[in-house]
Design a binder for this molecule. Structure first.
Ligand SMILES: CC(C)(COP(=O)(O)OP(=O)(O)OC[C@H]1O[C@@H](n2cnc3c(N)ncnc32)[C@H](O)[C@@H]1OP(=O)(O)O)[C@@H](O)C(=O)NCCC(=O)NCCS
Length: 138
């Protein structure tokens, strides 16, 4: 497995993984233009994993607002699951945030995504009960 920074040119292959991944909520914010802007604004933080044939095995989008980190689209292809790829992607992102002086990272999971919730607990993330998420168009 090869781990490296996810770049704008990885978009098409990454999007194919995301649209075939159950539990992944995709929206207009996942267009090539918006993902490219995200990757450029948060350069050096997001990670991609490729298998020995160059196929995308997993992705993790990572960024921060100067105060807290945030991760999105942590996904591993079904054939590569259970081999530590998800954990490694997340650890690399956390290391990148730490190096930028960001002490904590947050992550949203769709409430009924039991697989995803099991993973985040499995890699030691704290479930934050008692928080509510509000959103508004700009
Ligand atoms: C969640 C996901 C990224 C996990 O990727 P993965 O590469 O299979 O995970 P890993 O092999 O790195 O697992 C890391 C640890 O978490 C544990 N784990 C993984 N999924 C788990 C689950 N559903 N329940 C409990 N533990 C789980 C593993 O046992 C492993 O622990 P270990 O290292 O002590 O053995 C992958 O299943 C996926 O892409 N799911 C669909 C997308 C999704 O739901 N993403 C998360 C929401 S954003």
């Amino acid at each position: 497995m090869i781990y490296r920074e996810m770049l704008a040119q990885d978009y098409s292959a990454a999007y194919k993984l995301w649209e075939n991944t159950e539990g992944m909520g995709l929206s207009a914010a996942d267009s090539e233009e918006e993902i490219t802007r995200y990757l450029q604004r948060n350069a050096g933080l997001s990670q991609i994993c490729e298998d020995e044939d160059g196929n995308v095995a997993g992705t993790a989008l990572c960024g921060h607002d100067g105060r807290r980190g945030f991760m999105y689209h942590v996904a591993v292809s079904t054939s590569c699951r259970g081999r530590g790829v998800g954990r490694e992607l997340v650890n690399r992102c956390l290391n990148n945030l730490r190096e930028e002086g960001i002490a904590k990272c947050h992550l949203m999971v769709i409430g009924d995504n039991e697989l995803g919730r099991g993973f985040w607990s499995g890699v030691g993330w704290q479930f934050r009960d008692g928080l509510a998420l509000y959103s508004q168009d700009t």
